[in-house]
Design a protein around this ligand. Structure first.
Ligand code: SF4
Length: 371
């Protein structure tokens, strides 16, 4: 009884509910399901953060919702813009610990200067526990996972900026910011469902890519759930010895286990996947490394993204040199592997792959890496 009393005093954040739970919550107030669709649209398609703005709901209903519910929204703490057009956002979470996360908007332009692809790289956790040695987020350690609402908010807020600036919505979303997305499986899948929902942000799941360091159980779960999103594996080394050295997860989930999960994923989804491979000078850029990568790329239909690393302070690994990159790429393409090179973007504002981290006076969080 006492607990029930307390619960009624707490306002329900509607963005903490998925679509089914929102319907259930509103049906508890005696509302028909079309009302729940309307509220869902206000929350995610129109991005409002007050009930007052939900003008197709009656005044009484808005007043009732005001009493028992709320709509939380991330705050933009600050923005930094690179000379190449990349914008890094620092978001303030509604959190007693004052946590913040980063997201990056990477624009591509047509020769006439009009916006082409507008890709957003979102964060899924505050920090990360997987401790990859080249990654600034990994050095922070793990603090907490984001809710699906906090992930969708990053997209929604950046959408508002791109619409204002380019008269165009975001075209692609990659879950490659702070955190290991599949370590926050439920919220990530829920957020992808809201982003691709026609009553939500309405972006095709084919334009959403979720990356992972290789959490095999969750890769299989993602395959079973038929979300339709793309999967990218952060590979970064093509044999166990080198992968162990830079990615501690490989010690328990090695390449043999990854191969099994990837084959299961393809068998269930028939979707090709992507391997992300940061090329480090004289570490993973030899002809033998390229041959090993060719073998991995043949496990299932796939493509390889070679990423030119943005150097991170305190990390011994450095960006590979152009002549080594060219030889590496030649080996891949000669062997029939579809491979592209991704040049670093936003390196003047530390917005590149592996560079996201909150530096202001943060303690170290939990990590797989022993201190
Ligand atoms: S690369 Fe990804 S999984 Fe590895 S530490 Fe960084 S954020 Fe975590």
């Amino acid at each position: 009884m006492e607990k029930e009393k307390t619960d009624t005093l707490l306002k329900k954040d509607l963005k903490s509910l998925n679509r089914a739970d929102l319907t259930e919550f509103l049906s508890g107030l005696g509302l028909a399901s079309y009302r729940s669709d309307q509220v869902f649209q206000w929350l995610y398609q129109k991005g409002v953060s007050s009930f007052e703005e939900m003008t197709n709901l009656s005044k009484d209903l808005r007043a009732k919702l005001e009493e028992i519910a709320e709509v939380k929204r991330l705050k933009v703490h600050s923005k930094q813009e690179s000379k190449d057009g990349t914008i890094k956002f620092l978001f303030q979470l509604d959190d007693p610990n004052d946590y913040k996360v980063e997201a990056v908007m990477i624009p591509d332009f047509y020769p006439d200067g009009a916006a082409n692809r507008l890709t957003v790289c979102v964060s899924s956790q505050v920090g990360c526990m997987f401790g990859c040695s080249f990654c600034a987020t990994g050095k922070m350690g793990y603090f907490r996972s984001l809710t699906h609402g906090e992930i969708v908010d990053q997209v929604q807020i950046i959408n508002e900026l791109t619409e204002e600036r380019f008269d165009k919505k975001i075209t692609n979303i990659v879950y490659m910011g702070m955190g290991e997305p599949l370590h926050n499986y439920k919220a990530v899948v829920e957020s992808a469902r809201i982003i691709s929902d026609p009553l939500g942000i309405d972006l095709s799941p084919r334009r959403i890519t979720v990356s992972t360091v290789g959490l095999t159980k969750q890769i299989k779960q993602l395959a079973d759930e038929e979300t339709g999103v793309n999967l990218a594996i952060s590979l970064h080394a093509a044999n166990d010895e080198k992968r162990d050295e830079i990615m501690p997860i490989n010690e328990s989930l090695n390449l043999e286990k990854l191969e099994e999960a990837v084959k299961y994923y393809f068998m269930k989804t028939e979707q090709p996947l992507t391997y992300e491979y940061l090329l480090f000078d004289e570490f993973n850029d030899s002809p033998q490394d390229a041959h090993n990568l060719v073998q991995i790329a043949r496990w299932v239909p796939s493509k390889v993204n070679i990423i030119m690393y943005n150097d991170v302070a305190g990390v011994a690994l450095k960006r590979a040199r152009e002549e080594r990159l060219n030889k590496f790429m030649k080996t891949l393409t000669d062997q029939g592997v579809t491979a592209t090179v991704r040049r670093s973007r936003g390196d003047d504002i530390d917005a590149g792959c592996g560079q996201l981290a909150i530096r202001e006076g943060q303690e170290k969080g939990k990590s797989l890496v022993k201190a």
